[in-house]
Design a binder for this molecule. Structure first.
Ligand SMILES: [Zn+2]
Ligand SMILES: [Zn+2]
Length: 83
């Protein structure tokens, strides 16, 4: 059983079009989409597996990539620095 194929813990099947979360868990794009139904981009979501929260990218679940750089909180959208 030493396959290199990762299993999605939502559908318990081989991951299709994997989308990795910042917590390193990966899920099918479709499964995450279902999991996030009712959520909006920018909302926080717990990982279905470890409950580690991640933020839904502005372009949605499809925007999740291997590189997570969502540490951009803390400054307001108009660039004003709040002390
Ligand atoms: Zn799945
Ligand atoms: Zn996780």
């Amino acid at each position: 059983m030493a396959t290199n194929v990762k299993t999605c813990s939502i559908c318990q099947d081989e991951i299709v079009d994997p989308r990795p979360l910042p917590c390193i868990h990966s899920f099918c794009l479709d499964c995450l989409g279902q999991h996030c139904r009712g959520k909006l981009p920018g909302d926080d979501m717990p990982c279905p597996e470890c409950r580690h929260e991640f933020q839904i990218p502005q372009n949605g679940i499809e925007g999740l990539t291997a590189r997570s750089h969502n540490k951009e909180e803390g400054h307001s959208s108009d660039g004003t620095i709040l002390v």
